[in-house]
Structure formats: C-alpha cells, structure tokens
Design a protein around this ligand. Structure first.
Ligand SMILES: [Fe+2]
Ligand SMILES: [Fe+2]
Length: 370
C-alpha cells in the first residue's frame, strides 16, 4: 500500500475502490499505528488506508472506517473533519481512543464516530465490532440514509453540548434545536420505527438515548395532535433533558447491572445539574428548564430531584417522562439484549400511580405500532 499525496493505492497496486463489499478504510496519525491496524484487519477485510497528514481521502462504498489518532492534537482534528466531510455517509465509523477520557470520547463523537473503543488496539474487539450487526443484513434504504444523516447531525449536536458543559464554554442551543427540528421532520416523514432502527444500529450510550427520546417524544406529540409550538418544545426539551449527564463519570453511566446507593445518588444529580448549566441561557425557555429538571419526577411524589406531586408536573414533562422511560428500556446496549417494544410498554403500563394513565394508554400506539 502506498499513499501518495492522498491517493490511496491497495497492495496489489490498483486503486482500491470496490473490490469487496466488506472493505474497511483505516485512518491513523502515525505510520506505526496504521500498520498495526492494517495487520489486525487484513485477514478478514479488504483494507485501504491513509495517513492523516496525507491530505486526501478517496473512494466510497466502505463497510466501515476505523480511526486511530491523538484527538488532543488540533491538526489531527482539522484533518479528521476533512476526512469525514467525505466519509460521513459510511455507516460504521469506529474510533479507537487510547484512554477512557471524557473529552476525547466526546471529541470522537463530535467528529462523526458511531462507536468509540477504548484502550490500545485490540484485534479481537475490533473484529467483533466490525462484524457486529452484519447479520442480518439490512439493505440501506433511502429512508435509512436520510435518517442516518439526521441521526449523525443530532449526535454531533449532543456531543458538542456535552463538550461545552465539560469545558465551561457556551452551549450552542441553536444547533441543538436545529438538529431536534430535523429529527421531528424525519419522524413526521418516515415514522418512528425507522428512526428507532437507525439510531439503535448506529449510535450508543447517552447520544443514542437522547436521539431515541427526541424521536419518541416527537412521535408521541404528533400522535396526540399537539400544535407545532408544543412539538418544538418537546423536541427541544428532549434534546437537552440529560445534558447534566455530561458531569457524571462515564464508568458509571456505562456500568452494566445494578448500581449501589451511592452510585444511584450520583446519577440522580443529573436533572439538577442540567438545570444549572442551562439556566440563564437566553435560548432556553422556562418550560424547557422545567422539563430538564423534572423529567424524573413521578405523580405520586416518589421521583427526583424535588419530589414533586401530580399538580406540579407540567403536561410536557409527563410526555417527556414516558418517552424517556420507554427509550431507556428499548435502547441497544452491547451487554444486554434489546428489549422488545411490547415488553417495554408493559413495564410502563405497570407504573400506575407514577405516570398519567390516560397518557400511558394514548402512548400504546406509539410504543407498539408507529
Ligand atoms: Fe434523565
Ligand atoms: Fe433520559
């Protein structure tokens, strides 16, 4: 393989654009990382590669792009923005990040990652990730391509918000609302099911969750016949609702299984933290602030952080809470099977006293059919 002025030539000397359906393009900031990565993949995939300083990105039709580079270096970030300007449509975009450091992970997502693997290059993990969800094969439809772009834009806006919270910079409220609006258009056009499929297949963790909640809340609002202004409030509240999680350690957010009391208490700080980081921001209305702070409140007063009772919980918050719980139940996590929508709805239906039952009944169609 050679990479001359950005022209990528495969090992047999031909420009490697479309030899195999499963081709993987690897991108690295040093030659040694590039060779390590290639060596790990060449037995199974047709591999093309480029050095970040090479200055050009070719070809399309890749099964995946795998990136390993120091994301603290501004020149690498600038070069990766260029790479993903051309390869942003590739469905699987895996970043290898050497340390479990929040800002690096957020940076990877902000650049367009759909998955971030932590630690030194691990061939087995990488191969597992590349083959994950290859079967059953799903032919990307035009619907999915559109949805995928909208989801990536949404994840990027959410990653940028998290990054701003972490670094104490101003939050770009306009971009997040714009991404929410595009999600709403996508749901109105293509329906909820295709959105759930796209988001669960290509995104993970808090980003996946926020994208799911936004889509579900919008669809719920549409099914209730809410006015456009209310739909706007809903998608904005949904996009921002978990922004306080930016300050919760990743190890805790990603911890499989049960949390102990101390861990739970820490997780439960996120609605008040979200409220604190957003309050005073001119682009955030009082209704959105209220929804961010109170999306874990229950009608019977057993929720947090303020143990509100029914009459103090606004309608938009009740809609958001149901959408949030449903999203958390059906999200895709690598350590557990995805819960079927029917089962998730049964759990919501069992939360009598906590959720508004007429709303839960109206949610049935969203949960099961739409
Ligand atoms: Fe939350
Ligand atoms: Fe949430």
């Amino acid at each position: 393989m050679t990479n001359l002025a950005g022209i990528i030539i495969s090992d047999d000397g031909r420009e490697n654009c479309d030899q195999l359906s499963l081709s993987v393009h690897v991108v690295a900031d040093t030659i040694s990382k590039l060779s390590d990565l290639r060596a790990g993949l060449e037995q199974k995939y047709a591999v093309t590669s480029e050095l970040l300083s090479g200055g050009g990105t070719q070809c399309s039709g890749y099964h995946a792009v795998v990136v390993t580079a120091d994301l603290r270096a501004v020149e690498n970030i600038a070069a990766l923005k260029e790479v993903f300007g051309k390869l942003g449509h590739v469905r699987k975009r895996i970043f290898l990040v050497d340390q479990k450091e929040r800002l690096l992970i957020v940076q990877a997502y902000a650049l367009g990652a759909t998955r971030v693997l932590i630690g030194p290059i691990n061939r087995a993990n990488l191969l597992a990730e590349l083959s994950h969800s290859d079967a059953p094969k799903i032919t990307p439809s035009e619907v999915e391509c559109g949805g995928n772009e909208v989801a990536t834009g949404g994840a990027t806006a959410i990653a940028a918000m998290f990054s701003a919270v972490l670094s104490g910079k101003p939050i770009d409220v306009g971009s997040a609302k714009g991404a929410g609006s595009r999600i709403a258009d996508n749901i109105a056009e293509d329906g909820l099911s295709s959105w759930l499929d796209v988001v669960r297949r290509h995104h993970e963790g808090t980003y996946q969750h926020c994208l799911l909640v936004t889509g579900i809340a919008v669809d719920f609002g549409l099914s209730l016949g809410l006015a456009k202004a209310d739909i706007e409030r809903l998608y904005s509240a949904a996009m921002f609702h978990d922004i306080g999680k930016a300050k919760i350690p990743l190890a805790l957010l990603d911890k499989p299984g049960r949390l102990d009391a101390q861990e739970r208490a820490l997780i439960e700080t996120h609605p008040a933290t979200g409220y604190e980081v957003l309050k005073g921001n001119a682009g955030i209305s009082l209704e959105i602030l209220d929804a961010v702070r109170h999306h874990h409140e229950y009608l019977d007063g057993s929720g947090y952080p303020d143990a509100l009772c029914a009459s103090s919980i606004a309608d938009i918050v009740r809609i958001l809470t149901i959408s949030d719980i449903f999203a958390a139940l059906i999200e895709h996590r690598h350590y557990k099977p995805t819960m079927p929508r029917e089962q998730a709805y049964e759990i919501i239906r069992s939360m009598q006293g906590k959720l508004e039952m007429p709303l839960v009944a109206a949610f049935r169609d969203v949960a099961l059919n739409r």
